[in-house]
Design a protein around this ligand. Structure first.
Ligand code: CUA
Length: 365
């Protein structure tokens, strides 16, 4: 049994051990009694059979005691269940998407995404789980935390946990969801508060770094290594298009080396659009959660599978893409701050002289 790492873990283990213990005790008790009776009342020892007309005291005992035990089991289980179902109000929210066959994580208050779940230690984390339309049922499972929840297409389920110890923990899909089910793994990485802040800031800086055109059109741009283009490919593309880009993951998935049948074309700008929006009426989904840099990194990674080089993007192609996706504009980090902090900032901006008292009609801001 993995070591307990949260309150929920302890509650679940408690219920498991109590119910398991009672069951084991009953199993042993019944087996021993059975063996004793078989020997004691064997027909070689007892020639005649006694008729018993019931024993009220005994019957009440074996009704009342098991009933009490079962009620006790219910409350032990219910305690843990209630704890699991009620995420604390100060939980940090992370959106989890399960799709054939990978997990992705979105941190709405930070405007960030990742393919592993990063959380700070001692912080309740509420996960909102969903799968895209047309996908199948998955199940999000963190064994060390004893939490597991179904992930359904176009529906939202939730669960929460709070890690008490830093470390790396397994994440599995616990619902058989097709060929890549066993590949549908990820990791929960619990960092100290400072490390987590550093991670967020690092990712934000990376994500919001303005594109360097035309440098970004070259696959050799150092930023693509830093982003881990191979890792991105494995996370977002390989399950359907195959590790080697041969389309071996899903029956209708494109083999990238084929030059025919591209719905949008093979240029960098075409692939960028496909990665952003997907392709209508196909299994190819867009990945709006990826940053602009990540999309270019992936487009280059896909082009690396080509046997015949892709047509070059003209200056007009690039210009069109820049306009379409506002690539020349610096993205503001999408950050929502707690309301108290927002109020504090507002008060500091307006200065104490102009502050209105909340009791005078502006209390609902
Ligand atoms: Cu997803 Cu199994």
């Amino acid at each position: 049994m993995p070591l307990a790492v949260s309150e929920i873990t302890r509650e679940v283990d408690k219920a498991f051990l109590l119910i398991g213990g009672v069951s084991l005790f009953l199993l042993l008790g019944i087996t021993v009694a059975m063996v004793l009776f078989v020997t004691k009342f064997h027909r070689s020892r007892r020639k005649t059979v006694e008729q018993i007309k019931g024993n009220t005291l005994l019957e009440i005992t074996w009704i009342v005691i098991p009933t009490l035990i079962v009620i006790w089991m219910f409350f032990v289980g219910y305690e843990g269940f209630a704890l699991m179902r009620n995420a604390p109000a100060n939980s940090m929210v992370v959106r989890v998407t399960g799709q054939r066959w990978s997990w992705s994580f979105e941190y709405p208050d930070r405007g960030l995404t990742s393919d592993k779940l990063f959380v700070p230690v001692d912080q309740p984390v509420k996960l909102l789980l969903t799968a895209p339309k047309g996908d199948v049922i998955h199940s999000f499972y963190i064994p060390d935390f004893r939490v597991k929840e179904d992930v359904l297409p176009e529906q939202e389920t939730s669960m929460w946990f709070q890690a008490e110890r830093e470390g790396i923990y397994h994440i599995f899909c616990a619902e058989y969801c097709g060929k890549g089910h066993s590949e549908m793994r990820s990791e929960l990485i619990v960092l100290s508060k400072e490390e987590y802040r550093e991670w967020v800031n690092g990712r934000l800086a990376q994500r919001n770094k303005p594109l360097e055109l035309p440098g970004v059109l070259s696959p050799d741009h150092p930023m693509f290594d830093k982003l881990g283009a191979d890792r991105l490919y494995r996370s977002y593309c390989a399950s359907c298009h195959g590790e080697k880009g041969d389309g071996s993951g899903l029956p209708d998935a494109r083999a990238f080396f084929l030059t025919e049948g591209w719905k949008r074309g093979r240029k960098l700008t075409d692939i960028y659009r496909t990665l952003s929006e997907g392709i209508k009426d196909t299994q190819m989904r867009g990945f709006p959660q990826l940053s602009r840099w990540e999309r270019f990194a992936l487009a280059h990674r896909v082009q690396a599978f080509f046997k015949t080089p892709a047509p070059k993007d003209s200056a007009e192609d690039v210009e069109k893409l820049v306009k379409e996706y506002k690539l020349d504009q610096q993205l503001a980090p999408q950050k929502s701050i707690p309301i108290e902090d927002a109020m504090k900032a507002l008060i500091e901006e307006t200065g104490p002289g102009t502050r209105e008292s909340p009791q005078e009609g502006h209390g609902d801001g």
